[in-house]
Design a protein around this ligand. Structure first.
Ligand SMILES: Cc1cc2nc3c(=O)[nH]c(=O)nc-3n(C[C@H](O)[C@H](O)[C@H](O)COP(=O)(O)O)c2cc1C
Length: 194
């Protein structure tokens, strides 16, 4: 069989603004990454957490190399992923550095614990995942960090926090499942709230 060589021309003319506008349309689950041990800690709000593999349990997150959490992840080799519930917008705000909060100051107003690695984990997160850094791929302004999961703690809460079009959005499994049933099923079959 003849092989076919394709010349792919990549359009490098896409502006950062256009790309940002496209990515604003991608809904992301909101998590707080925590890094460091003891008082040498920081953390940051992210939407870039994604599952990598289930066996072995591993995930990825994209971290700006200017962020204060980055040197802590490199130094200690561990990090936490705290998946937020819909009523934890204040925590999300603190971990963007809003109001000039830095390092340990960001951890105020919430309860934290440690598990295997020693990084702070949010006690009432939707899920708190303790990770060891398996690999870091530095590319452009960011690094893709691969985390091997050491331990997980999951909550029975059903309301998650998402970010879409520059705003926080609450997703409640029970409430929103009812709304979806209302619009997607014929009236006679839909589940209606009383
Ligand atoms: C909703 C939301 C999602 C974010 N996602 C990411 C992300 O995935 N990766 C990242 O590097 N920064 C992300 N950021 C920005 C960081 O939260 C912010 O730059 C960081 O907290 C600043 O940390 P520093 O003050 O410790 O340097 C996000 C911010 C917001 C508001």
């Amino acid at each position: 069989m003849n092989s076919i060589v394709c010349n792919v021309s990549i359009d490098r003319g896409v502006s950062a603004g256009d790309f940002r506008q496209a990515m604003r349309r991608l809904t992301g689950g909101v998590s707080v990454i925590t890094a460091g041990i003891g008082w040498d800690i920081s953390g940051m709000t992210v939407t870039s957490v994604s599952s990598l593999s289930v066996d072995p349990p591993a995930l990825i997150v994209s971290i700006n190399r200017e962020a204060s959490s980055w040197p802590l992840m490199r130094r200690y080799g561990f990090f936490g992923v705290n998946i937020l519930t819909s009523d934890q917008i204040d925590i999300a705000d603190r971990f963007t550095g809003k109001g000039g909060l830095k390092g340990t100051e960001r951890f105020g107003g919430a309860h934290w614990t440690t598990r295997v690695s020693g990084v702070p984990l949010l006690t009432d997160a939707l899920a708190a995942i303790d990770c060891e850094v398996e690999d870091m791929v530095e590319r452009h302004s960011h690094a893709i960090v691969i985390g091997r999961v050491l331990d997980v703690a999951v909550s029975t809460r059903t309301a998650a926090l998402a970010y879409w079009q520059g705003q926080y959005v609450a997703i409640d499994r029970d409430e929103d499942a009812l709304k979806l049933a209302d619009v997607s099923l014929p009236a006679s079959r839909s589940t209606r709230r009383t």
